[in-house]
Design a protein around this ligand. Structure first.
Ligand SMILES: *[C@@H]1O[C@H](CO)[C@@H](O)[C@H](O)[C@H]1NC(C)=O
Ligand SMILES: *[C@@H]1O[C@H](CO)[C@@H](O)[C@H](O)[C@H]1NC(C)=O
Ligand SMILES: *[C@@H]1O[C@H](CO)[C@@H](O)[C@H](O)[C@H]1NC(C)=O
Ligand SMILES: *[C@@H]1O[C@H](CO)[C@@H](O)[C@H](O)[C@H]1NC(C)=O
Ligand SMILES: *[C@@H]1O[C@H](CO)[C@@H](O)[C@H](O)[C@H]1NC(C)=O
Ligand SMILES: *[C@@H]1O[C@H](CO)[C@@H](O)[C@H](O)[C@H]1NC(C)=O
Ligand SMILES: *[C@@H]1O[C@H](CO)[C@@H](O)[C@H](O)[C@H]1NC(C)=O
Ligand SMILES: *[C@@H]1O[C@H](CO)[C@@H](O)[C@H](O)[C@H]1NC(C)=O
Ligand SMILES: *[C@@H]1O[C@H](CO)[C@@H](O)[C@H](O)[C@H]1NC(C)=O
Ligand SMILES: *[C@@H]1O[C@H](CO)[C@@H](O)[C@H](O)[C@H]1NC(C)=O
Ligand SMILES: *[C@@H]1O[C@H](CO)[C@@H](O)[C@H](O)[C@H]1NC(C)=O
Length: 868
């Protein structure tokens, strides 16, 4: 057994050129794919070990390395094992549906799923997405997202994830993963970790303290691991001086040891930077396999950090064989884990990510092997119903002076480009990176093609026709006098406005992924003000990637209602109409805070760097983001927000009563985990040898040039460049930079907060308190209340309150329903950096229950946990 110790790596100080020594922590414990206590993992793990034991070195390497960007039909594809008839893994974006294909659905964005506050709907969305990925023959869905968590409101990819609250995101990511994986598809929790902005995302060095890491950014990934996620994608940024995908602390120590992750880590596309740095710090799969950097950067041998380069490193003993075996065992364990029950078979991919034409090249980068590439398999099933339901139930009623639900007015004016059918069709903008009509998703790789898009104007037009409502409609956001004349002639005016964001490989109007401001786009604010000036039944509908500054509309007496519809997906207009007219109860609650200004958030997006070659960012605000900032005295200000986290109005009223707390005494106290991992096994033939005969067996096969696919990454080596592995990129570490422990496969100590179960020490998830409240519907219509439980951990270093439970409950008029919450040990704990463990402080703790973070109707102090 090898004790824990931390030795900084020599090469990192060269690559980062920082005054502060970056944390590296070699050797942090390498966790072998040791038998888990979870039978599902155990069975899958045994199958994986059996499979991997039959593979040769190059076959193993094949499964760890992508064949190259656009080399195959999927966005990511690993090499295969032809000898055993095993196809490579097919990986496809993204978090809201299958990207780049036809006959598949465009689901509501992650932030909309979160806004439902409905575990049932979030799970169902995951199941439906999983069904569609499987139907297309995909092995891995590249989602869901918990990083970006949403540190800053402008964060370009926040909408792909769920909420800046880690508890809500944790529940949502877990439900989504369970849904996806129940359909025979491996989910991928991404982007791990601290990928909080698009500016400088490929180079920014994020400095973060251990406590903030645990209590905020790592928290939802713990839930993902506990939910059994099969894969995790490491992110582009650096963490404390080292790229996430080469970061021992992030991958080996936190994810694999502390959180007990048994699946595989893949790189974000191009986020891998070296052969040894990634292999020895815990990366398991290189995507897309080749080097995606600028064409001028020196290419490592074989055009890949892995592929032949990894084979070579194993033969030289630089990457120990157990580490390669571990990579492949992890990949295959996740594979076998989802292929159970009715999903034991494995359909082949039936599409190409690169064309929707029926025929096209199987190998796009080399334009080879033209064939019937798209079978246009329709995988949508009846998912439009769920999509419409989520769209409606994620719509947040921010303001309502009584105008909603609408009874049919005599006339209705629909105003604004954001209500309209995009003239060139819903997919006219590649990557959705321009705005031509209504916005129903953000831009970048988190998109999917719309099979169709029901615009608000179309849905409202049909509703108006059915009910003899005179319908007016204008599209220009700039012709304010026309908008006013239409608005003035209608009884009710609904004005639409948008603000979008996305990924920085595309940009709109100078917004390089992240938003440049928090105002509405395309003259939206002026349009709203112009309409409200002439119509005192003005309803504002917002399609935005996060909060916008909207206080003027909240204050405006003629703005009768404001709805945030987020990015609702293909059924946008139908979902909205369902809520406007009261067919569906508005249960949406805001998954973030609506500040009155950008400054009110107390955290800055970094857009310029002192040293642009080495941009560096300190997350100095610690755990105080979003409502944790606004609601904590001495940090933000309650009155600097228009709408608070968890806010959302409904069509009836509820009374909260009878808060009761019961303390559980049936647990035995918290034990830090002790013990060790198993030593790392070596599977199959041992080939860590540079003998000529051994090397010869791993070189490109005879006659290779007659069948090689150009630009394809292969696992074989070329003896003529055999001794030049250190030649790679200038920044690559060589073996001398690593302490010997980095390659040591001996058993290692488990961490106090770790354990053999996914999610870490299982005692963390023990229920310590159960809280019950009664909810009575005191209004006239049936309604859904989203009952929220917040906890105060006490003490000077904690936010005033933290979300620790939510339930959506349907209650009939006069009916009273009990709602129950469980608080686990983790829920009550702070991270103690010295102890490297979760710890319940002595500070007095209290629970608060109510319909939003600032409407806490009931509260009670928690009885002390330990009675002397
Ligand atoms: C990362 O850097 C921060 C800030 O420099 C420091 O407080 C923290 O201890 C470092 N974390 C690790 C694990 O080294
Ligand atoms: C590796 O995968 C490629 C692509 O699927 C395949 O052509 C090749 O034969 C595989 N190599 C081995 C050793 O199986
Ligand atoms: C699809 O087919 C059309 C017409 O045959 C052709 O112009 C286009 O280039 C093809 N697209 C791709 C991506 O191959
Ligand atoms: C790709 O191959 C097809 C079929 O062989 C050919 O018609 C086409 O011109 C090629 N495209 C390019 C860009 O070389
Ligand atoms: C709204 O007006 C635009 C522009 O005149 C028109 O193209 C569109 O069809 C109208 N929409 C409806 C639903 O009438
Ligand atoms: C709409 O008007 C027509 C003709 O006046 C009438 O027959 C019908 O009942 C009306 N429909 C509704 C929903 O009011
Ligand atoms: C904010 O950005 C949007 C999109 O680029 C732009 O339309 C708008 O004018 C900007 N707002 C301000 C106040 O500059
Ligand atoms: C709303 O506007 C209408 C039409 O201009 C007017 O008759 C009515 O008095 C206004 N109502 C209020 C409450 O201002
Ligand atoms: C092996 O190296 C030689 C000499 O550099 C080169 O000509 C050949 O193309 C390489 N073969 C492969 C398969 O990369
Ligand atoms: C190794 O580096 C030298 C010097 O930069 C370069 O000339 C040579 O092409 C490199 N070899 C390989 C295989 O990358
Ligand atoms: C609710 O209870 C009140 C008082 O008992 C009664 O007057 C009212 O009719 C009830 N409402 C409904 C919808 O049952």
């Amino acid at each position: 057994m090898r004790p824990l110790s931390f030795t900084p790596l020599a090469w990192v100080s060269i690559t980062t050129a920082l005054t502060e020594t970056p944390f590296l922590g070699f050797p942090s414990p390498w966790i072998s794919p040791s038998p888990s206590d979870d039978p599902a993992w155990q069975i899958a793990h045994d199958q994986a070990v059996e499979f991997v034991s039959r593979l040769t070195l190059t076959e193993k390497v094949n499964l760890t390395t992508g064949t190259g960007w656009e080399a195959d039909r999927c966005i990511g594809k690993t090499g295969s094992v032809p000898r055993l008839g095993f196809e490579g893994f097919c990986l496809m974006d993204g978090p809201l549906g299958v990207r780049y294909v036809d006959k598949a659905s465009a689901f509501p964005a992650g932030m909309n799923a979160a806004a439902t506050f409905s575990k049932r709907l979030i799970r169902a969305r995951g199941e439906s997405m999983g069904h569609e990925f499987r139907g297309k023959g995909i092995d891995v869905q590249l989602g869901p997202v918990a990083g970006a968590l949403g540190r800053t409101p402008q964060g370009g990819r926040n909408w792909e994830g769920f909420s800046p609250d880690p508890y809500l995101t944790g529940v949502a990511i877990a439900e989504t993963i369970k849904g996806i994986q129940s359909r025979g598809v491996i989910a991928c929790a991404k982007h791990y970790v601290l990928n909080e902005q698009e500016h400088f995302r490929g180079s920014v060095d994020v400095r973060i303290d251990d406590r903030t890491m645990h209590e905020l950014y790592l928290w939802p990934f713990a839930d993902a691991v506990r939910a059994g996620v099969g894969s995790v994608m490491c992110s582009y940024n650096k963490v404390n001086g080292t790229y996430a995908c080469e970061n021992e602390w992030v991958q080996n120590y936190l994810l694999k040891n502390e959180l007990g992750f048994r699946g595989f880590v893949m790189s974000d596309w191009g986020a891998q930077h070296s052969t040894l740095g990634s292999a020895l710090s815990g990366l398991d799969m290189a995507m897309p396999g080749d080097i995606m950097g600028p064409p001028t950067s020196p290419q490592p041998p074989y055009g890949s950090h892995w592929g032949g380069a990894l084979t070579q490193a194993v033969l030289k003993g630089e990457v120990p064989q157990w580490r390669l075996d571990d990579m492949v065992t992890r990949i295959m364990t996740s594979y076998f884990r989802v292929h159970t029950g009715e999903y034991t078979s494995r359909p082949e991919p039936n599409f190409s990510a690169w064309t929707q034409n029926t025929t096209g090249p199987l190998y796009k980068a080399s334009n080879r092997t033209w064939t019937t590439i798209n079978l246009h398999e329709d995988v949508q099933s009846n998912h439009s119903l769920l999509i419409r339901e989520v769209a409606a139930k994620s719509t947040v009623l921010l303001k309502n002076n009584g105008i909603l639900p609408l009874s049919h007015p005599s006339s209705l004016a629909v105003i604004g480009n954001d209500a309209q059918d995009p003239p060139g069709g819903p997919n006219a903008c590649p990557e959705r990176a321009c705005i031509t009509g209504t916005v129903a998703m953000g831009y970048g790789s988190g998109t999917a093609d719309f099979p169709y898009l029901i615009s608000p104007a179309t849905a409202l037009f049909h509703r108006s026709q059915e009910h003899n409502v005179t319908f007016f409609n204008t599209t220009s956001n700039w012709d304010l006098s026309h908008a006013q004349s239409i608005a003035a002639s209608a009884q009710v005016a609904i004005v639409f406005a948008a603000a979008t964001s996305g990924e920085n490989f595309v940009s709109i109007d100078g917004n390089a992924g992240d938003r440049n401001n928090l105002t509405l786009w395309d003259n939206g604010d002026a349009l709203i003000k112009a309409v409200a000036a002439v119509n005192n039944n003005t309803i504002v509908v917002l399609h935005t990637s996060g909060p916008v500054i909207i206080d003027y509309a909240e204050q405006h007496p003629n703005v009768s209602a404001i709805l945030w519809a987020g990015f609702p997906g293909q059924e946008s207009g139908n979902g909205l109409v369902d809520v406007l007219f009261g067919d569906v109860y508005p249960q949406g609650r805001s998954p973030f805070t609506w500040g009155k200004s950008l400054e009110s958030y107390g955290v800055e997006l970094m857009t310029t760097a002192a040293d642009p070659r080495n941009p560096r960012q300190k997350f100095d605000e610690g755990v105080f983001v979003d409502y944790r900032w606004f609601l904590t005295p001495g940090k933000g200000r309650v009155d600097s927000a228009t709408y608070h986290f968890g806010h959302g109005l409904g069509y009836t009223s509820f009374e909260y009563s009878s808060l009761t707390i019961s303390k559980h005494d049936d647990w035995e106290g918290y034990e830090p985990t002790t013990g060790t991992t198993d030593p790392a096994p070596v599977l199959g033939e041992v080939v860590d040898s540079e003998e000529e005969e051994v090397v010869e067996r791993h070189t490109f096969p005879e006659g290779f040039d007659s069948w090689r696919i150009p630009r394809y990454v292969y696992p074989w080596i070329n003896t003529t460049i055999y001794n030049s592995s250190e030649n790679g990129t200038a920044k690559s570490p060589s073996i001398g930079d690593f302490p010997p422990e980095a390659r040591d496969g001996a058993a290692q100590e488990l961490l106090p907060a770790g354990g053999r179960k996914e999610g870490g020490n299982e005692r963390l998830y023990e229920v310590l308190y159960t809280i019950t409240v009664n909810i009575k519907n005191t209004g006239k219509v049936e309604g859904v209340e989203v009952v929220q439980l917040y906890l105060s951990l006490g003490g000077p270093s904690n936010p005033s309150i933290l979300l620790r439970g939510f339930e959506d409950v349907t209650v009939s008029p006069n009916e009273t329903k009990p709602v129950t919450f469980n608080l686990t040990r983790r829920d009550l704990s702070n991270w103690n950096t010295q102890a490297q463990n979760w710890e319940i402080s002595d500070h007095e703790k209290a629970v608060f229950v109510g319909p939003s973070s600032v409407d806490l109707r009931l509260n009670q102090t928690l009885p002390t946990l330990y009675t002397a």
